[in-house]
Design a protein around this ligand. Structure first.
Ligand code: PLP
Length: 376
């Protein structure tokens, strides 16, 4: 019997030149959290995202959110408004700072933070003498959030926005790169993301001074002295020069990666739109998604599970959409402003295999399995 290989949800996809940069790091002995690949990778990202931003590459997306909160002065007792429909890493750094997350549900056009609920939450917290210190909004699955509306509210109440663009490198909003739409943005290069350094992240900052401050905090906050002197608590969050080498190779193929992910989405949409109980999230006018993961919305939890389990039997990985943070045991006591949207998406939605390295053979195999499901 022919054994079929496992199809993953989203697996690393090397471009070919990564190893040259890594070898160079070895040959020159820059095996450290600094060196030419770190600077080179930062330059590559700066050119790619544009908008005059300065980028600091760090050890993870999570670390980047942590440093962003630190830069904004979020500390013990503060409240931070965070999109509920996301991966837990968007919210965990709020707790690292001793601050309190308040979760905001989504709207149905982009599945991201509802501007309406955001404003409601801000007013409620102000009435309770707890003006939020920051907002964390997320471009989930690569789909930009409604930045114009979110930024307008944030500006009106003078609250800074951290843009969690971990899943959205290559996405744009009215031709501006996701990650550059507010004061601070973050990226992730974890193994499952659109490009990867195995593990890694970046903080996108408005200017050189902010970047330097982020690097200072991420490299143990050493004061300018011949001995080791510290006046601030530091972190060990800088990206290694070896991993930044992988990042340089990956940046050379980012456009291909976005194209391949979008092709997956188009394939699934064309082939599965014929089913009356499967829907796709469309891009609103001016929104461009990298389609990091192709998500389908079925008519019920039962249909969702039927598809997921049938794929699993054939060793094909799919995954329910993110379980909202306000439903997570770890955040059970958190205040939340919900409208049922993210809970419904979690119940009925499924991420299909979406790697940029899927072959047509893989895609056809996935489709064949789904089309054999009875009563779909
Ligand atoms: C992956 C991810 C993160 C965290 O990035 P890491 O590099 O894995 O720490 C944060 N937010 C979202 C939405 C993510 O998908």
């Amino acid at each position: 019997m022919l054994t079929k290989t496992k199809i993953y949800l989203s697996s690393p996809h090397m471009g070919g030149t990564e190893q040259d940069y890594v070898n160079e790091a070895f040959q020159t002995n820059w095996i450290a959290p600094l060196g030419p690949n770190v600077n080179g990778f930062e330059n590559d990202i700066e050119s790619y995202v544009g908008n005059d931003k300065k980028v600091a590459v760090l050890s993870s997306g999570t670390a980047s959110i942590h440093i962003a909160l630190e830069l904004l002065g979020v500390s013990k007792g503060d409240e931070v408004l965070c999109q509920s429909f996301t991966f837990s890493a968007s919210a965990n750094p709020i707790l690292y700072q001793g601050a309190t997350p308040v979760f905001i549900d989504s709207e149905s056009d982009t599945w991201n933070m509802s501007p309406e609920l955001l404003e409601k939450a801000i007013n409620d917290r102000i009435e309770n003498y707890k003006k939020p210190k920051a907002i964390i909004a997320v471009h989930l699955y690569g789909m930009p959030y409604k930045a114009k509306e979110i930024n307008a509210i944030a500006d009106r109440y003078n609250i800074p926005v951290i843009e969690d663009s971990a899943e959205a490198l290559g996405s744009t909003y009215f031709n501006k790169s996701c990650g550059t739409l507010s004061t601070l943005g973050i990226l992730s290069f974890n193994g499952n993301k659109i490009i990867t350094t195995s593990g890694g992240g970046a903080l996108i900052t408005p200017d050189e001074d902010t970047k330097n401050r982020a690097v200072f905090l991420s490299t143990q906050a050493r004061d300018n002295a011949p001995h080791y002197q510290h006046s601030t608590v530091g972190f060990n969050y800088r990206m290694s020069n070896v991993l930044a080498g992988i990042g340089r190779g990956q940046m050379a193929v980012i456009d291909d990666r976005v194209e391949a992910r979008r092709r997956n989405y188009e394939f699934y949409k064309k082939q599965l739109s014929t089913y009356s109980n499967i829907e796709f999230l469309e891009e609103p006018e001016g929104f461009f998604s990298n389609r990091w993961l192709t998500c389908i919305l079925t008519d019920s939890f039962e249909t969702r599970e039927k598809i997921r389990l049938t794929l699993l039997e054939d060793d094909i990985e799919s995954r329910p959409l993110w379980k909202p943070m306000h439903m997570q045991p770890v955040f059970k006591d958190a205040i939340h402003f919900s409208n049922g949207t993210s809970e419904d998406l979690f119940n009925r939605g499924l991420c299909l295999p979406s790697g940029s390295n899927l072959s047509q053979y893989d895609l056809d195999r996935i489709l064949a399995i789904i089309s054999k499901i009875p009563n779909l």
